[in-house]
Design a protein around this ligand. Structure first.
Ligand code: IMP
Ligand code: MG
Length: 192
């Protein structure tokens, strides 16, 4: 493997820790001492989940989901749940942890799916919100960071590029990959 420059720092380990403490407190206050069901979207949420579990001052149970979004031959986009722990949605306060909300396609599918399971409430907490890339109008209830300016491809703190960089303690950027990342080449015709 050729030597490569390390990703440039977007948010340092300390900046991340401060924001996790802030939003952990915000989530705690929103539920007034009630138990929540924290669901992490694999695999990017891994490190975020571990930190949020310890920053939210509530009783909780923890679960994991994995969704895959791909473009089909017809040009339409399809999202499927490809892995799930045995999640007791019904009657629970669900908090979904997402690493990056980009087009919003994956999140929008998951919100519809979870609502059908009749939770008591459903909220979304994102590590990074990229509102300018949205193709479907969904918003997180909390976001540690909101990125409005153009930036490179984000890696580290659980996020990967082709499975690399997940273990970096900071959020960094690498130059945008020339070829699309698997499952990320998405164009929607018209979204009413
Ligand atoms: P979307 O909102 O359906 O477009 O899906 C967002 C997902 O795309 C995130 O959960 C990430 O897995 C992935 N993603 C989007 N942008 C980046 C990036 O800059 N770095 C790493 N993963 C990304
Ligand atoms: Mg992901």
């Amino acid at each position: 493997m050729s030597a490569q420059a390390p990703p440039s720092v977007l948010y340092s380990k300390d900046e991340i820790a401060r924001r996790i403490a802030d939003i952990g407190g915000d989530v705690g206050r929103a539920y007034d001492g009630e138990e929540i069901c924290l669901i992490g979207l694999m695999k990017g949420c891994l490190v975020f989940m571990a930190d949020m579990m310890r920053a939210i001052p509530l009783d909780m149970n923890c679960h994991f989901l994995r969704a895959a979004t791909a473009q089909e031959g017809s040009g339409s986009v399809r999202t499927d749940i490809v892995y799930s722990t045995d999640i007791p949605y019904e009657g629970r306060h669900i908090v979904l942890l997402d690493d990056i909300i980009d087009t919003g396609i994956t999140l929008s599918f998951l919100l519809n799916h979870i609502q059908e399971q009749r939770p008591r409430s459903l909220k979304v907490c994102a590590l990074i919100d990229k509102p300018s890339d949205r193709k479907i109008d969904v918003q997180p209830d909390w976001a540690a960071f909101t990125l409005r300016e153009p930036h490179g491809f984000i890696v580290g703190y659980g996020l990967d590029y082709e499975e690399r960089y997940r273990g970096l303690p900071y959020l960094g950027t690498i130059p945008r990959p020339a070829r699309p990342v698997e499952g990320r080449k998405i164009t929607l015709s018209s979204q009413g």
